[in-house]
Unconditional design. Structure first.
Length: 229
């Protein structure tokens, strides 16, 4: 899941852009967009997983997929599905987050220097102003400064850690060895998609590993036949 739980939506652009789409196509298109924004980038072009999110058959999803690609709404390449507008918005959001993080780091360095040498802070208050006393607040003055509203922008999450936390959380720590073998054979992205599909079916906890293993066996069989998963 993306660190940002929301995204910009330009209502006029959306309404105009979807005029040529049917009701079903609009629903599928909006669902794919939400998945792209939620993931923070392109999503796996996996018919069964996506059909599950759409609540329709694989055959129906394939038909919708082709229509959305033909209309230029979606792009499918290298085993993933994406949307050019979403990619641009995500890139802009990432730039904004990096800028906020840089500003927060600069503010932190200034504060550290001020703590080391309180005289600097008092001198920066301007001539004729009384020195700051312990417990005094700079909040009113801060409103007019280039100080970020929040310094919550930490380093990006490690994808591998996210994968392991999610996989072991769903399958249990006892299956970490099995998860590791799957990741080595198929790659973390494929295993993550298989777990996502299992979540849609919601097997009992004791059956989850067997269900995910069955999906991965099908993936291996499909790959050996030369098909793109």
């Amino acid at each position: 899941m993306s660190d940002n739980p929301w995204h910009r939506r330009y209502h006029s652009d959306a309404l105009t852009g979807m005029l040529s789409l049917t009701l079903e196509e609009r629903g599928a298109y909006q669902t794919v967009l939400d998945m792209i924004y939620d993931r923070g980038g392109p999503i796996a072009d996996h018919d069964r997983v996506l059909a599950g999110y759409m609540g329709c058959s694989v055959r129906k999803w394939r038909s919708l997929r082709e229509k959305l690609i033909a209309s230029g709404k979606l792009t499918a390449r290298n085993g993933v599905i994406t949307n050019r507008r979403a990619e641009k918005e995500l890139e802009n959001d990432a730039k904004t987050s990096r800028k906020h993080a840089e500003n927060g780091a600069k503010g932190g360095r200034v504060s550290a220097k001020s703590r080391e040498n309180p005289k600097n802070l008092n001198q920066n208050n301007g001539g004729g102003q009384a020195p700051l006393k312990p417990g005094s607040s700079l909040i009113p003055e801060a409103r007019s400064q280039s100080i970020p509203l929040s310094n919550d922008n930490g380093p990006a999450a490690d994808p591998s850690k996210v994968f392991w936390d999610g996989a072991s959380g769903y399958l249990g720590d006892r299956n970490r060895g099995l998860i590791g073998r799957w990741a080595k054979e198929h790659g973390q992205a494929v295993v993550a998609e298989a777990i996502t599909e299992a979540m849609l079916v919601t097997p009992q906890p004791a059956d989850r590993a067997a269900y995910v293993g069955g999906i991965l066996r099908k993936v291996r069989k499909t790959a050996s036949a030369g098909e793109i998963w």
